[in-house]
Design a protein around this ligand. Structure first.
Ligand SMILES: [Zn+2]
Length: 304
């Protein structure tokens, strides 16, 4: 059955037995049936689920309890039974990145300096070692093949959330097969490839900042600038196994999501703070302090 979430835009493919009225990504009750997408090529690769539903629930529950002391009760008591396994679409990107860079390189050297100072009322001349830096400009070109950058292709699961449960062990990637996703919820890529490609390039550029910095000669550098061109780019769709628990504790705020990496068990979720709980704790704390103060001051008077 093909479903579409009118709230987050997810394009789901769901086994009939998993028929759902709410979106597994955003918990919005705005899931409608849609016609199948014509001529959509199947994903190229997929990673299978390793974590069992029981283990995923256990991980989610531990995480929820550990981090939700200050959370609204609705979150703290959320049912992890609602955790759902989804084959999330992602783009696997690789490219040859060629960068022209320029920087100012610093070489340190020591110099002996003479200086005058006053000792016992007399002016004396002394020497000391000082470190100085000589700066010189450097230009160059750096080329590097960047394999396996994963970016989300799902409008239901933003890239920054996916990054929190990475890495996936891509050595376990296999050719996509319909049998793998049978009985599961899966999603078709719902973000435009162009947007995913830009996201992947941005990740590579960010990665190169550290790479180039680590290659710089000398003792220090500054003003590192570079521009990168991409060659031999490849972008293929793969499905990633993710357990998702979506909660709506407040209809007006965005949904909360707990994610468990279906392969490694890495958990991610943001927990909101209940200001009512914090306020009660502060008031209780002040009452205790006030009580202690009264106790100590009356005790002090008794001694006098
Ligand atoms: Zn949704």
């Amino acid at each position: 059955m093909n479903l579409s979430c009118q709230s987050c835009g997810a394009q789901l493919v769901v086994a009939d037995t998993l028929r759902t009225a709410t979106c597994p990504y955003c918990a919005a009750p705005s899931v409608v049936e849609r016609p199948p997408t014509p001529d959509r090529p199947p994903p190229t690769f997929a990673l299978g689920f390793v974590q069992t539903p029981q283990k995923a629930r256990e991980l989610a529950r531990e995480n929820l309890l550990r981090r939700s002391f200050w959370a609204p009760s609705s979150v703290r008591n959320a049912s992890v039974e609602e955790l759902r396994g989804i084959y999330v679409p992602a783009w696997l990107y690789s490219a040859l990145a060629e960068s022209d860079f320029s920087a100012t390189i610093g070489e340190d050297y020591t110099e002996t300096e003479t200086y005058t100072t006053t000792e016992n009322g007399k002016t004396v001349t002394k020497t000391r070692q000082v470190t100085r830096t000589e700066w010189r400009p450097l230009r160059g070109r750096h080329a590097e093949y960047i394999p396996d950058v994963l970016v989300t292709a799902s409008s239901g699961l933003p890239n920054d959330e996916l990054e929190h449960i990475e890495p996936f062990d891509l050595r376990a990637l296999r050719r996509y097969d319909d049998a793998l996703v049978a009985g599961w919820i899966s999603e078709e890529p719902s973000l435009p490839p162009q947007q995913c490609q830009e996201q992947a390039r941005a990740e590579v550029v960010e990665h190169l900042r550290q790479r180039l910095a680590s290659f710089m000669p000398g003792d220090s550098h500054r003003d590192l600038q570079y521009s990168t061109r991409f060659h031999q780019e490849s972008l293929v769709v793969c499905l990633l196994p993710v357990w998702v628990l979506a909660l709506r504790h407040d209809p007006k705020s965005p949904p909360l999501r707990f994610l468990v990496n279906g392969q490694t068990g890495k958990v991610h979720g943001r927990v909101p703070v209940s200001w009512v709980k914090v306020l009660i704790a502060v008031v209780l704390g002040l009452l205790v302090l006030g009580g202690l103060y009264l106790l100590l001051s009356s005790h002090g008077k008794g001694l006098r």
